[in-house]
Ligand binder design. Structure first.
Ligand code: PLP
Length: 382
């Protein structure tokens, strides 16, 4: 019998939920028309798209018309940042924390190439952006602030409502990358002053290749992809009806399950951390801040994280040492370094992220193998 795979990397990606698969399958098998067609076989699919738009909107308290479907979270962030900053003759100063996901960091660098001035904000030891320090950084030409809702590596949640209010008071546009937060913690854009919010399907039990962007009514919009008039002229290209339906159903499910899953995952994550913290030289990064229920980023002093991940894999355990986009990089995580960890400590940290299919016995197994693996690796270090 093969090794049971125990997946602790839900922040990298999630499986497609069976309910989501069932919802989207008819749009691949039978209802495969083009929603822009004039005849009913195609055109009737518009209803399915609009239903999905409503479901996504409902998860975050938005109006359906404020949701634009995209191909992924990265595209959503690119679109949001470009929309806010690339206005003719408009202000070009942007503020962004150094610990953001590459989707935002690299877009900011591109904006710099196009004449914007990006000022990088530091975070505290707990991984959070300070609301007061942000206020001191506004300038008369500040166009945009972008702060992720929850960090993908540490799960640290930023004070988005407070940051957003400061931006709104100053008339500055505010984007939040909520790719990791959506479906894990409540989000309500009616009470939280964000102008743009990025979402991704594959962190939410929908397939890879679908995302959404919330654009508040009245916020500037710049289409990244031009061509046909799909998505009310905001995102050209024949619509991927099946994946839109999938994201809609996934959003609906995530909303229905949020409270119970949050409770279940927090309890499992805390039990896991409690056991691992009993080992010597173990710490949890970002533990002082509010965190996502499912995420734990741990330092194992004297252990090289890449070596630990390889040993974990031999035990059937999938985990990672940071963002999936930077796997294989020998550089320490920019998130952990940004929180003030030294290089060696950052390179001794791994991320464990739990999800809908994680069972207590998976956590038991991880807890049972870890002391042996850690001792083995510490013994190997002179
Ligand atoms: N933002 C965050 C916080 C993420 O964790 C990820 C994926 O790892 C992305 C953006 C990119 O999302 P996608 O893979 O859908 O482009």
């Amino acid at each position: 019998m093969g090794l049971t795979v125990r997946y602790f990397d839900y922040n990298a990606t999630t499986p497609v939920a069976p309910e989501v698969f069932d919802a989207m399958a008819p749009f691949l098998r039978e209802s495969w028309g083009n929603p822009s067609s004039i005849y009913a076989f195609g055109h009737r699919l518009v209803d399915a798209i609009e239903r999905a738009r409503e479901q996504v909107a409902q998860l975050i308290g938005a109006q359906p018309g404020e949701i634009v479907f995209t191909s992924c979270g990265t595209e959503s962030s690119n679109t949001a940042l470009m929309s806010a900053v690339l206005q003719d003759q408009g202000p070009r100063h942007c503020l962004m924390p150094t610990v953001e996901h590459a989707a935002n960091l690299e877009t900011a660098k591109r904006l710099e190439q196009r004449g914007a001035e990006v000022e990088w904000i530091g975070v505290g030891r707990d991984g959070q952006v300070s609301v007061d320090s942000l206020s001191g950084l506004f300038r008369s030409d500040t166009a945009l602030v972008s702060v992720m809702w929850a960090n993908n590596e540490t799960g640290v949640i930023s004070p988005i409502a407070e940051l957003g209010s400061r931006c709104r008071d100053r008339g500055v546009r505010f984007h939040s990358d909520a790719v990791q937060a959506a479906g894990k913690v409540p989000i309500d854009v009616t009470s939280c002053p964000v102008d743009y919010l990025s979402l991704s399907g594959h962190k939410l039990y929908a397939p890879k290749g679908i995302g959404a962007l919330f654009v508040r009514e009245g916020a500037p919009f710049h289409s990244l992809i031009v061509g046909g008039g799909q998505e009310k002229g905001r995102r050209a290209g024949t619509q991927n009806v099946a994946f839109m339906v999938a994201l809609g159903r996934a959003a609906e499910l995530a909303g229905d399950m949020l409270e119970a899953e949050s409770f279940r995952l927090t309890a499992m994550r805390d039990r896991l951390e409690g056991s691992l913290l009993e080992l010597p030289g173990v710490r949890v990064n970002g533990r002082e801040a509010p965190r996502l229920p499912n995420t734990s980023n741990l330092v194992f002093e004297g252990v090289e994280s890449e070596a630990l991940l390889l040993l974990l894999e031999r035990e059937g355990i999938c985990a990672s040492s940071g963002s999936a986009c930077s796997t294989g990089s020998l550089e320490p995580s920019h998130v952990l370094v940004g929180m003030g960890l030294d290089r060696l400590t950052a390179l001794s940290s791994i991320r464990l992220s739990l999800g809908r299919m994680t069972k207590e016995e998976d956590v038991d197994h991880l807890i049972s193998v870890m002391p042996r693996l850690i001792s083995r690796l510490r013994g190997a270090i002179p």
